[in-house]
Ligand binder design. Structure first.
Ligand SMILES: Cc1cc2nc3c(=O)[nH]c(=O)nc-3n(C[C@H](O)[C@H](O)[C@H](O)COP(=O)(O)OP(=O)(O)OC[C@H]3O[C@@H](n4cnc5c(N)ncnc54)[C@H](O)[C@@H]3O)c2cc1C
Length: 368
């Protein structure tokens, strides 16, 4: 078995798989090592919304980055399907951000100014979706479509493999060491060698920051979700209010999410958490009460000190990169992150604003 690669990516969530996808497309010899199954951790917990506009408040300065990532999905859906046969289940319809008062409507003005967003009156919304009649309308974010995160991750990893990448599952990395000008990656299944290393281990990246002399920290923001069976008409649009949402999957399931519990490292959902999201979902769509429960789960959003991911080189350079901490938008940002790391490795020019905003040692350095 070959254990020498040009690039080794540690972590096979959507971020690691996207990096492998873009590197393999350039014929770069890349391997992904994951301690479990590809896409099995935070990625599998996500709803899959590509909310470049719905998360606009968080990304005002970096809208071009998240928007470029959202647009890359339009290419990926075909590239992945043509090469691997995997459907990433990109579902059109976008998000209806429900509005219950004039004050809430005023707060949405910056998003409503986008040509891709339009205001919908209450009667227009109620005609389309079975929502609570007390709304005054909704911001219709038609470009904020969604994918099925595990299908997107599997599609990226499978296509990367078909382009020459190697994927090693159940291969936990213990340590990264520099030796004779290259990296030796110590794993539970022996050593790997690489010229470049990319740490993309989501909320579990902390051990590598520490090992590599950095104080960066990522904490989990635990999110609990529920899936129910919708036996009626499929929901044509995602319903969104105050960080809670109801998303129609490509089958008859609706995903209801999600709680936000800071620094909670327990991966099990709680009764209180599920109760909370059911209550919020009922306020948006009262008929949900009649639906049957399919499943429930929890996952960790990898959160950094300022909410932006770390995407870039180790402050000492040294062919060492990080791509972690994508919080509640890792599915959205995966393509642009993969492309940015690929561009940094091959030496292509990368937008300076993005480099500065995401740099690993930015604490106290920048004011966005
Ligand atoms: C409830 C919930 C809903 C969400 N909804 C959305 C959404 O609608 N849209 C959106 O854009 N984002 C959403 N997110 C956020 C998104 O899921 C994350 O930002 C994204 O999955 C992070 O991807 P990642 O690859 O960095 O992490 P992960 O998917 O966690 O991948 C990291 C990988 O690293 C591996 N790993 C860890 N340690 C090691 C080691 N030592 N050696 C080898 N491998 C290791 C793990 O096994 C794992 O597979 C949601 C998250 C949650 C929890």
């Amino acid at each position: 078995m070959n254990r020498k690669f040009e690039v080794v990516v540690i972590g096979g969530g959507i971020i690691g798989c996207s990096i492998a996808y873009y590197l393999a497309k350039e014929k770069i010899d890349v391997a992904v090592l994951d301690s479990q199954k590809v896409g099995g951790k935070s990625t599998s917990a996500a709803a899959g919304m590509l909310g470049a506009h719905s998360e606009y408040k968080e990304f005002e300065h970096l809208y071009p980055f998240v928007r470029s990532s959202q647009l890359l999905y339009k290419e990926l859906v075909h590239e992945i399907k043509d090469k691997s046969g995997i459907d990433i289940e990109l579902k059109e319809g976008g998000i209806l951000k429900l509005v219950y008062s004039e004050e809430e409507k005023r707060a949405l003005q910056p998003i409503l100014a986008h040509s891709t967003v339009e205001w919908m009156t209450a009667s227009d919304v109620i005609e389309k979706v079975p929502v609570n009649a007390s709304i005054i309308g909704a911001a219709y974010l038609k470009e904020d479509v969604h994918v099925t995160p595990t299908s997107a991750c599997n599609g990226l990893s499978k296509t990367a493999q078909l382009n020459g990448a190697s994927i090693f599952e159940y291969t936990e990395v213990a340590e990264i060491k520099k030796q004779d000008g290259h990296y030796v990656i110590h794993t539970a299944k022996g050593e790997f060698e690489a010229c470049y290393v990319v740490v993309a281990s989501g909320v579990w990246s902390n051990r590598f920051f520490q090992q590599l002399g950095l104080t960066n920290q990522i904490i989990p923001v635990k999110g609990e979700c529920l899936a129910v069976i919708n036996e009626g008409k499929p929901l044509d649009h995602t319903l969104f209010y105050n960080q809670n949402y109801i998303v129609q999957r490509n089958n008859n399931k609706l995903v209801i999410g999600a709680t936000q519990k800071w620094n909670d490292w327990d991966e099990r959902p709680t009764i209180g958490g599920i109760e909370e999201i059911i209550q919020k979902a009922k306020e948006m769509m009262p008929s949900i009460t009649e639906m049957k429960i399919d499943s429930y789960w929890a996952g960790f959003r990898p959160m950094t000190f300022d909410g932006y991911p770390f995407i870039g080189a180790h402050p000492h350079g040294d062919n060492l990169f990080f791509a972690a901490g994508h919080q509640r938008n890792g599915i959205l940002m995966a393509p642009a992150t993969g492309k940015m790391i690929k561009d940094m490795i091959v030496g292509n020019q990368v937008d300076k604003t993005w480099v500065q905003a995401f740099q690993v040692d930015r604490r106290n350095k920048i004011s966005l």
